[in-house]
Design a protein around this ligand. Sequence first.
Ligand code: NAD
Length: 484
Amino acid sequence: MIKVLKNYIGGEWIESQSKDVVSIVNPATEEVLAELRLSTTQECSHAIEVAESAFHLWKKVSVPVRARYLFSLQNLLIQNKEELANLITMESGKALAEARGEVQRGIENVENAASITSLIMGDSLSTAATNVEITNYRYPIGVIGAITPFNFPMMVPFWTFPMALATGNTIVMKPSEKTPLLMEKIISLVEQAGFPAGVLNVIFGGHDVVNTLITHPTVKAISFVGSKSVGEYVYREGCKHLKRVQALAGAKNHVIVLKDANIDRAVRDIMGGGFGSAGQRCMAAAVIVVEESIADTFTRKFLEAAKAIRMGNGLDADVFLGPVIRREAQQKTFDYIQKGVDEGANLLLDGRLNLPKKGYFVGPTIFDGVTPSMTIWKDEIFAPVVSLIRVKNLQEAIAVTNQSEFANGSCLFTNNAAAIRYFREHVDAGMLGINLGVPAPMAWFAFSGWKSSFFGDLHANGKDSVEFYTRRKVVTARYEESEI
Ligand code: NAD
């Protein structure tokens, strides 16, 4: 009997009545791990109404008490770290070391949200006018809808619910239908931590659930993370339905390597940035822009390192490169590789060759001689495919980078302080790395994509998230001294 995931609404596990079923597959083995029903509009509306009832009680729970639930959850997450990491690897395919890192990032989000007693404080001015003071108080906004992608089944949901709950909101979460298993385990820990029923609800589904969340009048804000096309749609529709929306979207991150860089370190870090999580990261190092004078040396070392990568089931020790998420993603990547060849790029390493018989694997793939007119430069491939571009200098490297429609992250490898400053001032990207392969900010800083990598105003995490999940009352009061 294959297990069927249930929704979690109002503190109860409820089976969806939908006839639309999808399999949850381990992408390394093709084994069916469980099934999921794509919940209906009515089921999602029910979850929203339950969250709304819970909101009226939860918003009155004192801030330190809300923080204590989060401290309990943090403790439970630490105790269950290894099980959580194993689950991530089984359903997403990423190597266990990376899954462990992802669990840690999730825990840090809980830790950040548990600081809510300080973070949520308002501010005040004692003498704004004669005998007049002004005080700013923060309040929750209501029911939040969260829609998350497959590639970080733990970290991304943790960008939403810990802070949403800490600030006094309730939430309906829709995890990716491709990697929903982890959320079931998280809910069991949330229950053990003692959170009241109805504050956190999970509804498994696809576009019907998304459409309900972004149009239902009771939902006050939407946090979306996923691809550009869906993100843009969620942002437009959510705003049309008068919601606060943050939509974190796709990427095509450029990494620049200058002639004075430590080449061995750059190769090591870009190896992780380009091929880690099988390139299925919104912060993946997808395009490497190298100064001409070191390009041959860099390319030779990079190719050698990529050839030494161990591919396989992420649960096996020493495996660095797991599969992509589904057969369709594998085929789409093969098509991109062919397109790169057809458009004239120089294929140095072909990830279509020597693959395991089972699983949706793509080997590390490297193209040299890529130009911004090529499809493989423009599109987010979301697979272990890295493009190399050779340039004369930093200015040209930045000009190439800034042509991309995406602007999530960008990195620079150099030891030249003036170059670092120039890069920071001129590159279009919200998250910059200096001598780093993946500059994903930690929980205390906003995840800050620009251009088509983000739609909205307030980003996830950091101080932005406190703003996103709260609204203000600013009280202006007169107290006449003459009336004492
Ligand atoms: P996706 O856009 O396919 O799915 C994201 C969510 O939207 C899922 O919950 C999915 O069920 C839902 N969805 C998918 N198609 C839909 C549709 N037509 N209508 C309504 N809802 C729909 O993204 P994915 O493949 O799960 O994740 C990969 C993408 O996410 C990549 O583009 C990656 O760059 C991006 N991502 C961005 C960030 C960031 O912080 N900017 C972080 C992680 C992932």
